[in-house]
Ligand binder design. Structure first.
Ligand code: FAD
Ligand code: A2P
Length: 264
């Protein structure tokens, strides 16, 4: 395939490096691309042989945004990200405009309190959903739990939440509905611990002054992390009586992989 002639090429408009392992970037959005906040697409770059190297990426921007934003890991020897981490404004990237995914409002039954549960780059779909008006119209309370090993890895999410509160439009919709709970597990920070532990021990409820425990009549959840994380969070949610949903059968919680390949 001649990538230079592909109709799927978009142009990089902004790049921000957050740590030596994490960066975000924005690209132009194809006019015809419609997606639901929380979905993912395939993006990539041309390889040495001209064949595209494509990977799944959550769209981190909301459905109403003129551009598309992505939040990415830098895997030193990764076929895509060893190159993608060097992209600059003005350069082309490949984008296959076929959005899919389960982290969408349509896959959940109505509820009062929504939990966004993410580790690492699993924050990306929630960067989209936190900026989605539907999130704030549908729920009375939204809890964003984001856990990383180290403090610096929380920066992208922290900045996004700060900007959200200051945003004229979304800030007003959010009011006092948003509870942000960033934690670390391997470096000291104000709040510590794994999401699974903080949910089962009740620590997150105590720290945020929320009523606990999780209640299937009230609580809905969206989960995005490693396979091991997703499996363990699902077990916690099920232990409180929540049931997994999908686009075709909406229920109490939904799960998406943040990446594949941690040996689980
Ligand atoms: P790969 O060969 O794809 O991966 C090499 C190894 O790096 C993997 O085996 C794994 O151990 C590790 N790894 C890969 N991705 C990650 C990650 N995100 N965090 C921690 N370790 C990782 N990645 C993003 O950075 N942002 C996203 O929004 C994103 N959304 C995804 C959505 C879905 C549904 C899936 C399945 C994956 C998503 N990924 C995302 C992962 C992404 O598809 C690639 O794996 C990643 O960009 C690395 O590509 P690579 O070719 O450099 O290395
Ligand atoms: P921990 O440091 O205790 O392993 P990773 O970089 O390995 O994907 O982990 C990202 C974050 O997710 C870390 O804070 C890690 O905590 C946490 N984590 C990893 N696996 C799980 C799991 N199975 N259940 C809950 N939290 C997890």
């Amino acid at each position: 395939m001649n990538v230079a002639l592909s109709p799927d090429l978009q142009t990089v408009t902004q790049v921000t490096h957050w740590t030596d392992r994490l960066f975000s970037f924005r690209v132009t959005r194809p006019k015809s691309l419609r997606f639901r906040s929380g979905e993912f697409v395939m993006i990539g770059l041309a390889g040495d042989n001209g064949k595209p190297i494509l990977r799944a990426y959550s769209i981190a921007s909301p459905a109403w945004d003129e551009e598309l934003e992505f939040y990415s890991i830098k895997v030193p020897d990764g076929p895509l990200t060893s190159r993608l981490q060097h992209i600059e404004v003005g350069q082309p990237i490949i984008l296959r405009p076929k959005p899919v995914g389960t982290l969408v409002h349509d896959a959940l039954k109505p509820g009062k309190r929504l939990w966004f549960l993410a580790t690492g780059t699993g924050f990306a779909p929630f960067a989209s959903l936190l900026r989605e008006p539907e999130t704030w119209e549908k729920y009375e309370t939204v809890v964003m739990m984001h856990t990383c090993r180290e403090v610096g890895e929380l920066d992208y999410g922290r900045r996004l939440v700060e900007d959200l509160r200051d945003d004229l439009l979304i800030g007003e919709l959010i009011g006092d509905k948003l509870h942000y709970y960033p934690t670390t597990t391997r470096e000291e920070s104000p709040f510590m611990g794994r999401i699974t532990d903080n949910l089962t021990s009740g620590k997150v409820f105590a720290d945020l002054g929320l009523e606990g425990p999780l209640d299937p009549a009230l609580d809905r959840a969206m989960v995005c992390g490693s396979l091991a994380f997703n499996k363990d969070v699902a077990a916690v949610l099920e232990s409180f009586g929540l049931q997994e949903g999908s686009n075709s059968a909406p229920a109490d919680y939904v799960i998406e992989k943040a990446f594949v390949g941690d040996g689980v």
